[in-house]
Design a protein around this ligand. Structure first.
Ligand code: CA
Length: 229
């Protein structure tokens, strides 16, 4: 279900938008002031934002600009004045659409659907396909950071996930523990190459049937590790 954030200080309008969107099976949250709206937009994952222009504390211009610096999700800007819409367009804040109040809720729903579909197509072609790594029984979804072993999801820590993904994306190549440590852990990290050994062990416990006879990550004695294709 797509999640939508409405940032709108006129509560009646926000509620009306929310009702129509919910009837159309969207999940909707509302924030009535700009500061809270901005914080929420940046800290949570929404699929689309409906953003009013005139808001208490932080206005829609500022919110649009800040969100755009970090996220590509569609933003529909809403204003009571036609002149404002022209001004927003002129500023090139990166909003995807503009609507003048009052508008019909069904018009809003139609535009929301169109922008979500467009956005889906965009990320579908540019990211999703490249973001799946599949080797035999292992499937790594890089976008969602999830790993499935023979169809069953396994939980990985961040570094375990990074290490497994790196090895699986470079199969049949032997990497030394040093190389892996440099690749996965940044220079400021506390730890040493023993960390790599520990992580490989944890990963094997999750992906291998028999950790004493690994089918995926092989130990090349005296050298390092290799992901078998
Ligand atoms: Ca307003």
């Amino acid at each position: 279900m797509s999640k939508i954030l409405i940032i709108e200080d006129e509560e009646a309008i926000a509620e009306l938008q929310k009702d129509y969107l919910e009837i159309n099976e969207f999940e909707v949250e509302i924030e009535n002031d700009g500061q809270r709206g901005l914080t929420k937009a940046l800290s949570e994952d929404f699929d689309l934002i409906i953003l009013d222009l005139m808001l208490p504390k932080v206005d829609g211009y500022e919110i649009c600009k800040k969100v755009r610096e970090e996220k590509n999700i569609p933003i529909i800007m809403v204003s009571a004045k036609k002149d404002d819409i022209d001004k927003i367009r002129g500023l090139g804040l990166g909003a995807d659409d503009y609507m003048t109040k009052p508008f019909s809720p069904s018009e809003l729903v139609a535009r929301v659907k169109a922008h979500l579909a467009r956005y889906e197509r965009l990320i579908g072609t540019s990211q999703r396909q490249n973001n799946m790594v599949e080797i035999r029984g292992i499937k790594i979804d890089k976008t969602a950071r999830r790993v499935y072993v023979n169809g069953e999801e396994k939980v990985f820590t961040t570094k375990e996930f990074d290490l497994l993904t790196f090895l699986a994306e470079n199969p049949n190549r032997v990497f030394s523990k040093d190389e892996l440590f440099r690749e996965i852990w940044d220079m400021e990290s506390i730890g040493d190459i023993a960390t790599v050994t520990v992580h490989i062990k944890k990963i094997r416990e999750k992906i291998e049937d028999d950790t004493s006879k690994p089918q995926y990550i092989e130990t090349i004695w005296g050298v390092g590790y290799r992901f078998k294709l």
